[in-house]
Design a binder for this molecule. Structure first.
Ligand code: AMP
Length: 335
């Protein structure tokens, strides 16, 4: 056993500004597979680079090289996934990694399948927007999501069936979901086997262009392309409900580690969860390094997601129980 816990990940916004700073703050050893595309940004931080091990890969889409680099790291390490990690590695490639992944692979497979994603929320007793498997069944305003669209790019709202047929032309429609009108609230959790609890660590909302702009020009279609995130403190009465949602989701799945439930809160107010992410998401970067209202009260110190991940890995490593963190959502079937 080496003297420090070790993590590995790939270069991304979440790893640079959240996972790696958290790991260093907790005294972990860090390996990062850094793509040439990201090197220009990473090399702006020479002090950080001095403290970590960088493994260069030319092309972010070269999954084989990423897997080879990660598998080439020796010793007991935990791989920490994030959004681009799961975008560039398929479920099959994730299964070829020889080192265990924080939270396992199954939850990432469910996350990536829109029907399974929504189905898992529903199975957890969480209210979700209605899904339309056929355009002919559309009977209300819908949010139309495209194949492979990231960060809301290209999504459109259709007010009815006719509007859908007009707007879908030339687009690869993947998912038709009831449009829920309200404020988007992203709730962030950490399911901790070490502490034996599901922690609600905070909330953010996304800034989306142009739905969050000052003004839409006449005839301008709304765009949900994500351009940033801001922290929020939510209405008092909603906090227990968000707590319950996280706990129910963990009970249903057996999930370990960070996850996010992505919701819209209506005028009632009623919470609809339109998606989950089974890993750290970019919105938690808004709390680095000072933490936030919810996480700091729980931990009596500044706490943010990257640090929370590292704290769990450090504690598990020190009690020789890393295997608790890499169990593969035992309540979920393989897909
Ligand atoms: P997504 O890529 O699924 O995370 O969605 C991108 C953005 O689209 C979200 O941040 C929401 O603002 C919006 N959105 C997604 N699904 C819905 C929905 N069913 N109703 C209303 N807005 C939605």
């Amino acid at each position: 056993m080496t003297s420090k816990a070790v993590i590995a990940t790939t270069s991304s916004h979440s790893s640079l500004y959240n996972i790696v700073p958290g790991a260093l703050e907790e005294g972990l050893d860090v390996y990062v597979v850094c793509f040439d595309r990201d090197w220009e940004l990473w090399s702006q931080y020479p002090d950080l680079l001095k403290k970590i091990n960088i493994l260069r890969v030319n092309d972010y889409s070269d999954a084989q090289s990423i897997v080879r680099k990660l598998n080439g790291i020796s010793g007991e390490i935990v791989i920490v996934p994030h959004g681009s990690f799961v975008r560039y590695l398929s479920v099959e490639q994730l299964k070829r990694l020889k080192h265990p992944i924080l939270g396992g692979v199954k939850i990432l497979a469910y996350e990536g399948d829109r029907d399974k994603n929504s189905g898992l929320l529903t199975a957890s007793g969480i209210t979700t927007p209605k899904i339309f498997d056929k355009a002919s069944k559309i009977d209300r305003p819908v949010m139309v999501k495209l194949h492979g669209a990231e960060g809301g790019k290209g999504y459109f709202i259709a007010s009815n069936k006719e509007d859908f047929n007009k707007k879908k032309k030339g687009k690869k429609v993947n998912f038709i979901q009831e449009y829920v009108s309200g404020v988007s609230i992203y709730a962030h959790y950490f399911s901790s086997p070490i502490e034996g609890r599901c922690e609600l660590l905070g909330f953010d909302r996304r800034l989306e262009s142009n739905v969050n702009s000052q003004y839409l020009a006449p005839n301008e279609e709304p765009s949900f392309t994500v351009v940033g995130n801001v922290p929020i403190a939510v209405r008092e009465s909603l906090v227990p409900e968000y707590h319950r949602m996280g706990t129910d989701f963990v009970e249903q799945t057996g999930l370990v580690g960070p996850f996010c439930i992505e919701t819209i809160c209506t005028t009632e107010p009623k919470i609809y969860a339109f998606e989950f992410s089974g890993r750290i998401v970019a919105g938690t970067t808004v709390w680095v390094p000072n933490g936030n209202t919810y996480a700091n009260l729980l931990w009596n110190e500044p706490m943010y997601m990257g640090k929370r991940i590292a704290r769990e890995i450090k504690k598990a490593y020190e009690s020789d129980s890393l295997e608790l963190l890499t169990v593969d959502s035992p309540n979920l079937e393989e897909i």
